[in-house]
Design a protein around this ligand. Structure first.
Ligand code: GLN
Length: 480
């Protein structure tokens, strides 16, 4: 079953070629065999998956209607709530926090009969690019366990890359779906801001956060989008638009592709060669490639680390030792409850971001940092709008190179710089996909990013499908 797409597996189940119970057993066994080495899952929901599988087999036997994801194994990033299960957010502060309700995306996946296998590892509160900020253990890259899986949704990426699951959810605030997808040889999709409800996703940077799918191929990612891309009354920023139907075709006839060549200056030669090859593939499929100016994107990282930390500092204020999660046993006063609980519960990077965010919002500094960053964000949004007047989609690499060695980046700013190509899409709320584009000299996967105008989720996935079909480089990591 590990060679199958989610759609193939579902169809095999619907035809009666395989039972849901067999599917659940198969993937739970793979998790048992590989998770210790990979660290992809923080919590495996074996009983829950088996119970759902039995229910699906009964439904099938009784010829009852089955959902779009019937029997498909799905992993959920551990910052999204499954009612009754623990949501840790990769943090000690929520180590024992049990979610009282379902995230909307989770509810929709279950309603369409997906088999939820467990909760996946992440950088604490989704802050990181390598999974090394998980408070528990890092998720490793299935292509080479010496390398990082990416972040923050590295656990979801590792799970799907190793076929411990065929689909997974991630959340993408500055690249957390696309970057690990690229590092692990998967399709990772960040929808238009508002396409997928954020209800039940623990907030990091609320104006940037979007839930999106990890899949082994574009059609599977599109299938998950059909299920989760729906309006939701519990998220004020949810788009009030019906779910899209993703029609995927194999050509790029007449599609105008914009490349910000100047912005890509200085790209590492290996990545550059791979990117140029991708452009050739797109041209062969009928695309016209034009040069566009997006030099203002050079400010993206500075803008993001002001806005995301500002939003995080307010969002994380709720973890005060009183309402959720860990409460310090040492505290003798209310003040100490706040202080000690947060000191003991949060890790280094989360503390750093809370301090940064508090600083940029503080009286006297707000104009210089927060307000200025908001203005530059508007310039970035405008630059994309101008570019999209001339092209249908913009392409660039997803990352600056293949997955790096664990422990090799210790300077936080250097880590932040990893996200230069993914952050702009979040700042402008655009639909962006990372699709496998090849391998580097070490055999690690590389990714191509395709970015579309707001609401053009269908076109972005269609372009990536055409590219994927022509490029045809997907394979399983060795030994898996
Ligand atoms: N690496 C970025 C950060 O640390 C993005 C993470 C994300 O998208 N959640 O903020």
């Amino acid at each position: 079953m590990k060679e199958w797409s989610a759609i193939q597996l579902r169809d095999a189940f619907l035809k009666g070629e395989v039972k849901a119970v067999e599917i659940a057993q198969y993937f739970l066994k793979r998790i048992e065999e590989h998770n210790e080495r990979l660290g992809a899952f923080l919590n495996v929901l074996g009983e829950r998956a088996m119970a759902k599988a039995e229910q699906l087999d009964r439904k099938r036997a009784q010829k009852k209607a089955l959902g779009k994801l019937a029997g498909v194994p799905i992993a959920i990033k551990d910052n999204m709530h499954i009612a009754g299960e623990i949501t840790t957010c990769g943090s000690k502060i929520l180590e024992n926090y049990r979610a009282p309700f379902n995230a909307t995306a989770v509810r929709l996946l279950e309603e369409e009969d997906g088999l939820l296998l467990g909760k996946t590892n992440l950088d604490e509160f989704a802050m990181g690019s390598s999974n090394e900020n998980s408070a528990f253990f890092p998720a490793k890259n299935p292509w080479n366990t010496e390398c990082v899986s990416g972040g923050s949704s590295g656990g979801s990426a590792a799970a799907v890359a190793a076929r411990l699951s065929l689909l997974a959810t991630g959340s993408d605030t500055g690249g957390s779906v696309r970057q690990p997808a690229s590092y692990c040889g998967l399709v990772g999709y960040k929808p238009t801001y508002g396409r997928v409800s954020r209800y039940g996703l623990v907030a990091y940077g609320s104006s940037l956060d979007q839930i999106g799918p990890f899949a082994t191929n574009v059609a599977d990612a599109a299938l998950m989008m059909e299920v989760i891309g729906k309006p939701c009354p519990y998220d004020a920023t949810s788009l009030q638009l019906p779910a899209e139907i993703y029609k995927l075709t194999k050509d790029l006839d007449g599609v105008q592709i914009g490349v910000p060549y100047k912005f890509l200056d200085g790209l590492n030669p290996e990545m550059r060669a791979n990117f140029d090859q991708s452009i050739e593939v797109m041209k062969e499929l009928g695309a016209n490639v034009i040069d566009i100016d997006l030099d203002v994107l050079r400010s993206s990282i500075a803008v993001y680390y002001i806005l995301a930390t500002a939003e995080a500092s307010t969002n994380l204020a709720r973890f005060d030792g009183v309402r959720f999660g860990l409460r310090s046993k040492e505290a003798r006063s209310l003040e100490e409850v706040y202080e000690f609980s947060r000191r003991e519960g949060f890790g280094r990077e989360v503390k750093r971001r809370i301090m940064l965010g508090t600083y940029v919002l503080s009286a006297g500094f707000q104009d210089a940092y927060y307000k200025k960053a908001q203005k530059v964000r508007t310039l970035i949004i405008n630059a994309f709008e101008t570019a999209f007047a001339h092209c249908d989609a913009i392409v660039m690499p997803t990352t600056t190179g293949g997955a790096f060695q664990s422990g090799s980046i210790s300077d936080p700013v250097e880590m932040y710089l990893q996200d230069i190509f993914t952050i702009p899409g979040n700042l402008a709320g655009l639909p962006c996909v990372s699709v496998p584009s090849g391998y580097d000299e070490q055999g690690m996967p590389l990714g191509l990013q395709i970015i579309g105008p707001q609401m053009c989720d269908v076109s972005v996935l269609q372009y990536s499908y055409a590219y994927e079909q022509a490029n045809n480089i997907a394979r399983l990591p060795e030994g898996l």
